[in-house]
Design a protein around this ligand. Structure first.
Ligand code: ADP
Ligand code: MG
Length: 267
């Protein structure tokens, strides 16, 4: 992977957590989808979330940057805490506070969500120019750097429809990095890809892990999760059923549910 011109975000000698979620609950109508989920990521930690479909993984991930507002519970990044009252605060300062959270906690989606009418370069520049108000010239050179970083320097002027799924997802990763987030969330980043394209996306994510990015990754790629993550959470019915170093969960699952889930993953 081409690393030229890329500088990792500086590491501040900051103890404490990059991201902390405490007792997150989410109710849709009369269904309790999350029943009190907590997570703590130190700086540079990679945390993987596994669990069956419908267990609440996406909802929890979305609660971490308030794409979904938790019914109760707190999300903290380095200097600030957020709870449901922050989402209802429509004042200027309230909106700015939420914007800070969304900028610091970036998200990569299963379905890429690129703008179809924009080139790869324009997709990566969009946030810095319109949200961060970066000068176009700076945003452009930074975006080119990031596209090179994900191995797509030659594809800068292509539109999403002219790119493979794996390339689109790498553009989406560059776009998330362009906002210079402190934490990156991935929601099944390879689930929409043809099998032969999965590897190139996982390689980019592995590189980010090596360079000390704090990340929370929902994935069904158990081998990848084992390699890349410091901690694994098994979510079941809106609760953390088991949690610990991935090796422990994968090699010595305690609950029958996790044993069954892992067996299904291995076919
Ligand atoms: P996972 O990502 O683990 O598959 P989700 O977080 O997508 O699980 O969903 C967990 C549960 O919450 C599911 O039963 C789903 O139907 C429900 N759910 C998710 N989003 C909504 C919503 N906006 N309104 C109502 N129910 C929802
Ligand atoms: Mg999901």
């Amino acid at each position: 992977m081409n690393q030229v011109g890329f500088t990792a975000s500086t590491t501040t000698p900051d103890i404490g957590y990059a991201l902390r979620a405490e007792n997150i609950k989410k109710r849709f109508g009369d269904v309790d989808v999350l029943k009190g989920v907590s997570l703590q990521a130190g700086r540079g930690d990679v945390i993987s979330l596994i669990g069956a479909s419908g267990s609440g993984k996406s909802t929890f991930l979305r609660c971490l940057n308030f794409l979904e507002v938790p019914t109760s519970g707190t999300v903290s990044i380095r200097k600030e805490s957020f709870d449901a009252t922050d989402a209802t605060n429509r004042s200027r300062s309230g909106k700015q506070k939420l914007r800070r959270l969304r900028q610091e906690v970036g998200m990569v989606f299963q379905s890429f969500n690129l703008w179809p009418h924009m080139t790869a370069l324009e997709n990566v520049m969009e946030g810095p120019v319109h949200v961060l108000k970066s000068p176009r010239k700076e945003a452009r050179s930074r975006a080119l750097e990031l596209l090179a970083r994900v191995g797509l320097a030659e594809r800068a002027d292509y539109r999403p429809s002219q790119l493979s799924g794996g390339q689109q997802q790498r553009v989406a990763i560059a776009r998330a990095l362009a906002m210079d987030p402190d934490v990156l969330l991935f929601d099944e980043p390879t689930s929409a890809l043809d099998p032969e394209l999965v590897g190139e996306v996982l390689a980019v994510i592995k590189d980010l892990a090596k360079e000390g990015r704090t990340m929370v990754i929902v994935t069904h790629e158990i081998g990848f999760a084992r390699d890349v993550s410091d901690e694994m959470l098994f979510l079941r019915k809106g609760q953390v059923d088991e949690q610990g170093p991935p090796r422990y969960l994968i090699e010595a699952p305690k609950s029958e549910e996790l044993q069954r889930f892992l067996a299904r993953m291995r076919h």
